[in-house]
Design a protein around this ligand. Structure first.
Ligand code: WT7
Length: 653
């Protein structure tokens, strides 16, 4: 075992101070850190005051039975009331909640008053179908307004929703419905993806063949495509539209289960991450307001994630709505009907805050900066990133080509399990550093520790941990308390272990270095995939890179890199010269220890449906093994293309 836990190789000297005007008017100033540090629970109690409580809480946090937390004990509130009704009561009924844009270009505008009527009708319909407080409802919908409406209708009546991403297979859907014992499934005939209607109802039909808990399937008509029909099926426009648009929201306990969201573990059955009401809503509302400096009366906010992931739950639905924000909701893909679609949407709605993922940013880099340059993006003032480490070069590209060197970039670290943003710059306070998530937010206690749980000094690498409970934390894994304790709270005594590698740089700022399962052990050094990938992406001819450690007789593991060239460099990328140039570039940037043994130029990388690179599969290819589970890949044919570049490896799936 090496001395250092994780190497710190990448140095970054660029700094971007917050624009003066933004800093002067920022929602959160530097004093928030001290305020929260002086009295963390008092700080969260003040943030909970953003919400409207039917009954005040008696205790901010009950941590007497760790790791099972209770926040705002004894308090009662209704999440849907907080996201919708109270804004209407406050006179904001005419404010737009969602500018919805369908992929084919059709649009719908929902004001808060519209949303209230729609949510009430859906709540009444669910009640008519026999759904009661505490029941689970599975939601398998495209990115259409009925998706947030369904979630809020569930929240309103106290049913726990389980949204399953529309790209998942019948098998994945069945497992999730079964695990939660969902009583009703809400779906659609289909949705539009890449210019075509994609079927959803057929997948649900397949899944519910073997799910005895499901009594009814409620179907939204979106595409008008023909669907098979069964006795348990009901059309949304028949069951919901005729309902009264009034429904009185009753308060629920602060710890009432709001939703379950499944995360696919690397092995075994998916984990149903359970989130509850009061703490979750408090932290998503606070972070959405603080990290994006939200001015609800003037901002137009767009998060490009799918609501099927936690990013969409927290930062398309609950956070923005709790804050009475105006958001854009887009159904489709970034390249339909053309590669400028997202920028066209930003220009059309004059989006001021934009939140997306590094995988998308690197795709835009690959497509070339001339595409966003054709659109007026001058409305933007803050741009965010989430989902993976953002490579410094991708950060700088994003800041320059999308943010016009004017918008702060907020690199936000969090997880399905944390429920809300935990580590991020504050746009009016933090001097941005490309690639670094910087500091835990006020009220959050995070650290980087070594194997023994001891904090690493500045300049050191190790494991990211959370040292104090936080309001939006998961409460357990649905139906499996033991797995909850084992997965998250057993690696380090009294600390939550997130599964991510991280480092503290010379200034004490935090960098995320990827999943610890991906770390490579090269000649006794633990090297993070993120740092080598970032070094590769910092070469002007590289748009995207993925690295993995392959068994090597000399060094234990050797670094194998897969790179996608940037638009203009595609033609020269085939030759040996190019590969040599890249290997030398990595050695120069990070040191000779990080020089890849092998670099393969590939057309695509294997990614999960949420856009994360699947390095495990690349390791299989690099080690000439047959491929492991490819079911979570967006497109499994990618692996054939990659294997073809490595002559002696062939996928045997
Ligand atoms: C994992 C959680 C959080 C919402 C979307 C993903 C990685 C997430 C960052 C970031 C570096 C990041 C981590 C984390 N991750 N954000 N800003 N920098 N890594 O939710 O699917 O639960 O994934 O995504 O590895 O553990 P998720």
């Amino acid at each position: 075992m090496s001395q250092e836990t994780l190497s710190n190789l990448l140095k970054e000297n660029r700094r971007f101070a917050p624009p003066q005007e933004l800093a002067a008017a920022a929602n959160v100033k530097a004093d928030a850190y001290d305020e929260a540090a002086a009295d963390r629970l008092g700080f969260w109690a003040r943030q909970a005051e953003r919400l409207s409580w039917a009954k005040p809480w008696e205790q901010v946090l009950d941590w007497s039975n760790p790791p099972f937390a209770k926040w705002f004990v004894g308090g009662e509130l209704n999440a849907a009331y907080n996201c919708v009704d109270r804004h209407v009561e406050a006179g904001l009924g005419d404010r737009v909640a969602y500018h919805w844009e369908g992929e084919p270009g059709d649009t719908r505008t929902l004001t808060y008053a519209d949303l209230q009527r729609e949510v009430n009708k859906a709540a009444n319909a669910l009640l008519e179908l026999g759904v009661r407080k505490g029941d689970r409802v599975a939601i398998y919908l495209p990115m259409i307004p009925e998706l947030p409406i369904s979630m809020l209708a569930c929240a309103r009546i106290g049913a726990t929703h389980s949204v399953v991403f529309g790209g998942f297979s019948a098998d994945a859907l069945r497992t999730r419905i079964d695990d939660a014992q969902a009583k009703v499934v809400i779906t659609a005939d289909g949705g539009y993806r890449r210019g075509k209607p994609s079927a959803l109802k057929a997948t649900v039909d397949e899944a519910v063949k073997d799910t005895p808990s499901v009594e009814k399937v409620l179907v939204v008509r979106r595409t008008g495509e023909e669907v098979a029909w069964h006795e348990r099926d009901l059309w949304w426009h028949e069951a919901v539209d005729r309902q009264s648009d009034r429904h009185e929201a009753r308060p629920h306990d602060a710890e009432h289960p709001l939703f379950i969201l499944y995360t696919s573990g690397t092995t075994g059955k998916p984990k149903g991450i359970l989130h509850t009401t009061g703490g979750y809503l408090t932290q998503v509302a606070y972070t959405h307001w603080a990290v994006f400096d939200l001015k609800p009366e003037s901002d137009v906010y767009w998060c490009s994630a799918d609501i099927g992931w936690v990013t969409g739950h927290s930062y398309i639905v609950y956070g923005p709505l709790a804050n009475a924000a105006t958001s854009v909701l887009y159904e489709g893909t970034p390249d339909t009907p053309h590669r400028g679609r997202w920028w066209e949407i930003i220009a059309k709605y004059k989006v001021t805050i934009f939140y997306t993922a590094p995988t998308a940013i690197r795709t835009f880099m690959k497509w070339g900066e001339d595409i966003p340059a054709k659109y007026d993006l001058s409305s933007l003032r803050i741009i965010g990133s989430v989902g993976e480490p953002i490579n410094p070069e991708a950060y700088v590209w994003y800041r320059h080509h999308i943010g016009a060197d004017r918008c702060p970039v907020v690199d936000t670290w969090w997880q399905t399990e944390t429920g809300a943003i935990m580590i991020s710059p504050l746009p009016g306070v933090t001097e941005g550093k490309p690639g670094a998530a910087m500091h835990p937010l006020p009220g959050v206690v995070a650290d980087v520790v070594d194997d023994t749980g001891t904090p690493v000094p500045n300049g050191g690498g190790g494991f990211l941990v959370l040292k104090e409970p936080w309001p939006a934390m998961l409460r357990t894994i649905w139906g499996d308390d033991e797995r909850y304790v084992k997965t998250y709270w057993s690696r380090f005594e009294g600390m939550y272990f997130a599964g991510d590698g991280a480092k503290r740089d010379e200034d004490g700022d935090i960098w995320l270095l990827g999943r610890v399962d991906d770390v490579m052990l090269v000649s006794g050094h633990n090297i993070s995939t993120t740092e080598v990938e970032s070094a590769l992406v910092s070469h002007p001819k590289v748009a995207e890179a993925a690295v993995t450690g392959a068994t090597d007789p000399v060094t234990g593991q050797a670094i194998v890199a897969f790179v996608i060239p940037r638009g203009a460099a595609e033609t020269e990328a085939e030759g040996e010269e190019f590969v040599k140039e890249l290997r030398d570039h990595v050695a120069k940037t990070l040191g000779p220890i990080a020089k890849p043994r092998q670099i393969l130029v590939v057309p695509e990388l294997p990614k999960t449906r949420s856009g994360k690179i699947m390095r495990r599969l690349l390791r299989d290819v690099a080690e000439h093994r047959s491929l492991g589970d490819v079911t979570t890949l967006t497109d499994s044919s990618v692996m054939d293309l990659i294997a073809a570049k490595l002559p002696s490896a062939k996928p045997e799936d």
